[in-house]
Write a protein that binds this ligand. Structure first.
Ligand SMILES: Cc1cc2nc3c(=O)[nH]c(=O)nc-3n(C[C@H](O)[C@H](O)[C@H](O)COP(=O)(O)O)c2cc1C
Ligand SMILES: CC(C)CC(=O)C(=O)O
Length: 356
């Protein structure tokens, strides 16, 4: 078994099947979930030859943060459900890999502890905070302050969840609550809920105006997560957003959303290089990352692969997953004649079965 698949297999062996299903599953018939991965299989890379790639680098700068590779850790809920080391283990491994960790509202470890853990490994470790805007603006404001005080350097606002996706596996398994002792720790001690953990609320009432209010309230760069329509990318630009993240929430929200790599070119075209375009969904190899970068992403996020590494081997497992992806990325770039991510251009991507 090559690549990341062995981590998923190991995770499946070790995890409670109900928890495995929570991590692995998607919305509805899991069409978008499957398509995220399959869409990469429909693409091929058209390599360039005789280009000196020695002395190349995978480094990129993301919203001012130096990043050793254009692969970051997307926000996923409840890491302590995957492994007792939880978000702390993920933070240490991600810092060691020199890349960005996006922790968030649904973490089972407080954001301050996540950042402290990452900075123990590397002083300048980068942690961003994924925010679910909450209907009570005071609660949202408190979450933002919490992330700022912890030392997060960007906010990632998830905008694809006006309602919670319908996850058939969780319904069938009756999985709706965390086991005793595990909580969304960032929701603890917030206004109106002293001494208790507030539930994370989804709301369909949010508009770009709420983004404007957030913009006015924080100096942190803002990433909007869940952009698929090019017009929303244009709106993001108009509302002073610092980056967009092309995502369908790993196929966990709108089940008939397109695969993210299929949605990427139109978004990149709308943005025309003015702000970074990030992507997550279905990245399972360094070659997948190369394809997305060539199609206009500045960096790509991985969700489940990190959860599988965490479940399989805690900090060490996450480290192995990130190193495997880095190694594949470097190798694929070299074979494509690319010395740095900037050399990955759209002409390198073609449809499988239909070379130019
Ligand atoms: C178990 C799980 C939990 C997730 N939790 C969140 C979350 O709390 N907030 C969020 O914005 N996205 C969440 N996501 C979506 C991820 O950030 C990301 O978009 C997705 O996992 C990328 O797809 P991939 O798993 O194929 O890499 C979650 C995804 C999974 C699989
Ligand atoms: C439990 C949710 C807040 C997180 C999640 O499962 C998701 O965003 O997919």
């Amino acid at each position: 078994m090559t690549g990341l698949a062995r981590f998923e297999r190991r995770a499946r062996e070790l995890l409670d099947p109900v928890h495995y299903d929570f991590f692995a599953g998607g919305a509805g018939d899991e069409v978008a979930l499957a398509d995220n991965e399959e869409a990469f299989g429909r693409l091929a890379l058209l390599p360039r030859i005789l280009r000196d790639t020695t002395g190349g680098s995978t480094a990129v700068t993301l919203l001012g943060d130096a990043c050793e590779m254009p692969i970051f850790v997307s926000p996923t809920a409840f890491h302590r459900l995957a492994h007792p080391g939880g978000e702390r283990a993920t933070a240490r491994a991600t810092a060691a890999a020199g890349t960005v960790l996006v922790t968030g509202t649904a973490a089972t470890t407080p954001v301050a502890d996540v950042v402290a853990e990452a900075r123990e490994i590397r002083e300048d470790a980068t942690v961003w905070f994924q925010l679910y805007l909450q209907p009570d603006p005071e609660v949202t404001a408190a979450l933002v302050r919490r992330a700022e005080r912890a030392g997060c350097t960007a906010l990632v606002v998830t905008a694809d969840s006006p309602v919670f996706g319908r996850r058939g596996r969780d319904d069938r398994n009756g999985f709706h609550d965390l086991p005793p002792g595990l909580y969304a720790e960032n929701m603890r001690d917030l206004p109106g809920g002293a001494d208790r953990v507030r539930p994370i609320e989804m709301s369909g009432a949010f508009t770009w105006e709420h983004l404007d209010r957030l913009r006015a309230r924080t100096d942190l760069p803002i990433v909007v997560k869940g952009v698929l329509h090019p017009e929303d990318a244009r709106l993001a630009l108009r509302h002073g957003v610092d980056a967009v993240l092309v995502s369908n929430h790993g196929g966990r929200q709108l089940d008939v959303a397109p695969a993210t790599v299929d949605a990427l070119p139109a978004v990149a075209e709308a943005v025309r290089g003015r702000i970074p375009v990030l992507l997550d969904g279905g990245i399972r190899s360094g070659a997948d990352a190369v394809m997305a970068l060539a199609l206009g992403a500045t960096a790509v996020g991985v969700g489940r692969p990190v959860l599988w590494g965490l479940a399989a081997g805690g900090e060490k497992g996450v480290g192995e997953v990130l190193e495997l992806l880095r190694d594949e990325l470097v190798h694929t770039m070299a074979l494509c004649g690319a010395a740095s991510p900037g050399d990955l251009t759209g002409d390198l991507v073609t449809r499988r079965g239909a070379p130019r």
